[in-house]
Design a protein around this ligand. Structure first.
Ligand code: FES
Length: 103
């Protein structure tokens, strides 16, 4: 059972984070060691676009002031961000990436 198709696996370059729009959501979708994960594309510090950030040592770095976020859980790992952002459960099937139905 799948949720809604978000993108294809090849849309996300290895070692990068990109912005993916889905309905009313804007997501920061990353691929690290082949694993695709998604968190909200809005930094909890001051609304920086996390999907325009970089991956450094496995974490997403906000392009505005450099806070690090865990790409799987959305947890804020360094200042100036202190609050987590939402993370989303994904499924990959036959090269397609699906957003699992969430609450
Ligand atoms: S907006 Fe992301 S660290 Fe400030």
């Amino acid at each position: 059972m799948h949720g809604e198709k978000l993108c294809t696996s090849t849309d996300i370059p290895e070692g990068e984070v990109v912005v993916v729009y889905y309905k009313d959501k804007s997501l920061a979708v990353s691929k690290i060691n082949g694993e695709i994960t998604a968190i909200d594309n809005i930094c909890s510090h001051d609304d920086g676009p996390l999907g325009n950030g970089k991956i450094v040592r496995g974490n997403i770095i906000c392009p505005r002031h450099g806070a690090a976020f865990d790409p799987k859980t959305g947890r804020a790992l360094t200042l100036p961000a202190v609050k987590s952002v939402c993370s989303y459960k994904l499924y990959v099937d036959d090269g397609d990436v699906y957003l699992a139905q969430t609450e």
